[in-house]
Design a protein around this ligand. Structure first.
Ligand code: ACO
Length: 377
């Protein structure tokens, strides 16, 4: 009988040069550079270049990359019209998955996996995702979408498209750092989904829509929304301890805690915690941050011994809230950044492809007689 690894835990299914994770020590590196270094010194655009080329760009290369990305900010009229036709009460992750998938319909050569074309498609999808999310959000609020500003960075352009005003430098930087921190993370569930689809030599639109679908689940990227719902349910700092104790007693999962790989503090959470604290002070709304750090403290006393610490989603909820984002845009923010990691992994997968096709241990019956329909009980 084969050994089944439920959830594929511990199975090494690919080689990668994108991100290195040491879950015991709480280390995350992109192409060998510590995430903390990138969060302090880099930009999202530079980080994407790093992931797509396995090295930091020279100045001229980064300028060219920025120019190419910004040139792709606008949505094709077909996608704009499609978003206008979506029901206003649709969920943004469903909107995003559908619109990214529909981009294949206006690509004259959607199935090409020729390396240069594949990268160009990845760049276009990455550049337009912000406009898709913002256009839908504005339309559901009864507002017209705004045209992208090609002079703005990826982070600033998105906040501009969403809010109709240019962000302050602090907001732009905070959002940019969120994008850096979410860009890649080994063979997580959505990246694995993307690599499986890429390995069949299917198109990049199928890759991206499949990965968006995997990310949406509450055990993966959807947890940041779950954290916010939990904070709203708890309601005040005073109620935190009793709420956490009750949840743990009832074997309820606390959203934003625990990780398949990290058994120490998620290094992305460390940085997001600082960001959340700073933004909460800046906006004069510290309640959510105080509740979050209260939950962290209570959880630490109760379950840190089991290796359960805050993950990337825990403090990103407070951070996004402080940036003025609505609850159902939290997971799309994850996707907005992670598209870069999915693309990097699929470029890597295609460069040395082998169809990903694991086995399953059959546990059902054998040699069962076929019973005609009129004799079935
Ligand atoms: N709250 C309370 N207990 C937890 C939590 C949690 N958040 N996470 C794990 N545990 C406990 C489990 O109850 C279980 O305890 P037991 O051994 O006494 O039964 C043990 O830790 C192992 O948990 P599993 O769910 O089996 O571990 P797995 O590696 O499959 O789960 C996961 C990882 C899915 C992330 C889990 O920790 C979880 O559900 N967390 C909450 C959702 C979440 O925050 N997801 C985002 C992850 S980060 C990301 O995807 C970007």
């Amino acid at each position: 009988m084969a050994v089944v690894s439920k959830g594929l835990e511990g199975i090494v299914a690919a080689e990668t040069q994108m991100s290195f994770i040491d879950g015991e020590k709480g280390v995350l590196e992109y192409v060998g550079i510590a995430i903390d270094e990138l969060a302090r010194n880099s930009t999202f655009e530079e980080t994407v270049f790093l992931l797509w080329n396995q090295r930091l760009p020279r100045k001229a290369e980064l300028d060219a990359f920025n120019k190419a990305l910004r040139a792709q900010y606008d949505l094709p009229p077909f996608i704009d019209g499609l978003i206008a036709a979506f029901p206003k009460n649709a969920q943004p992750m469903h909107v995003l998955r559908t619109a990214v998938s529909a981009m294949a319909l206006v690509d004259p050569n959607p199935n090409s996996i020729e390396p240069a074309e594949y990268r160009a498609k990845a760049l276009a999808i990455l550049a337009k995702t912000g406009a898709i999310i913002a256009a839908f959000d504005r339309r559901r609020r009864g507002l017209e979408p705004i045209k992208p500003d090609h002079s703005l960075s990826f982070a600033a352009n998105f906040l501009y498209l969403l809010n109709g005003s240019k962000p302050t430098p602090t907001m732009e930087r905070a959002f940019d750092v969120c994008m850096i921190l979410h860009a890649d993370h080994g063979l997580n569930a959505s990246t694995f989904t993307g690599r499986v689809i890429a390995s069949t030599l299917s198109d990049i639109y199928s890759v991206m829509s499949g990965a968006i679908g995997a990310l949406r689940g509450p055990l993966h990227g959807g947890a940041n929304e779950g954290v916010m719902v939990m904070l709203e349910e708890i309601g005040s700092v005073e109620k935190v301890d009793a709420w956490v104790d009750d949840a743990l007693k009832n074997k309820k999962k606390i959203m934003g805690f625990g990780h398949r790989v990290y058994k120490a503090y998620d290094p992305r959470a460390t940085y997001l915690k600082t960001l959340a604290e700073q933004l909460s002070k800046d906006t004069g709304n510290e309640k959510l941050y105080q509740m979050s750090s209260g939950i962290e403290k209570r959880m630490h006393d109760a379950v840190a011994a089991k290796g359960i610490y805050p993950n990337v989603d825990f403090y990103s909820a407070t951070t996004y809230h402080a940036l003025g984002l609505k609850l159902d845009l939290f997971t799309p923010m994850f996707a907005l950044s992670r598209i870069s990691g999915w693309a990097a992994h699929c470029i890597e997968q295609l460069a040395a492809n082998r169809l990903i096709r694991p086995d399953a241990e059959y546990t059902g019956p054998h040699e069962v007689d076929y019973t005609p329909i009129d004799r079935r009980g």
